[in-house]
Design a protein around this ligand. Structure first.
Ligand code: CA
Length: 82
């Protein structure tokens, strides 16, 4: 193999390594962004996180008034009704 060929293979190898590192960085960033979104998501916009509605209050994260009593979850939470 010529000297030029060796350099071309070296450059190609370096390029592949850079692309692999970029792919790993993109995957990690995407995972972290998705994880943050899952932990902070507020599907019904009542400022109570979905995770808290499910795990702490056992209410529907997609409904502001799970029990249909006319009181929003935020009000009910503030007045310890849930
Ligand atoms: Ca909510």
């Amino acid at each position: 193999m010529s000297v030029i060929g060796v350099h071309a293979n070296g450059a190609a190898h370096a390029l592949l390594e850079a692309l692999a590192a970029l792919a790993v960085a993109l995957a990690v960033t995407t995972y972290l962004a998705y994880d943050y979104w899952c932990k902070t998501r507020d599907s019904d916009g009542d400022r109570i996180k979905d995770l808290d509605k499910v795990n702490v209050y056992q209410t529907n994260p997609y409904s502001r008034d799970t029990d249909g009593d006319g009181l929003g979850a935020r009000y009910a939470h503030a007045h310890t009704l849930i």
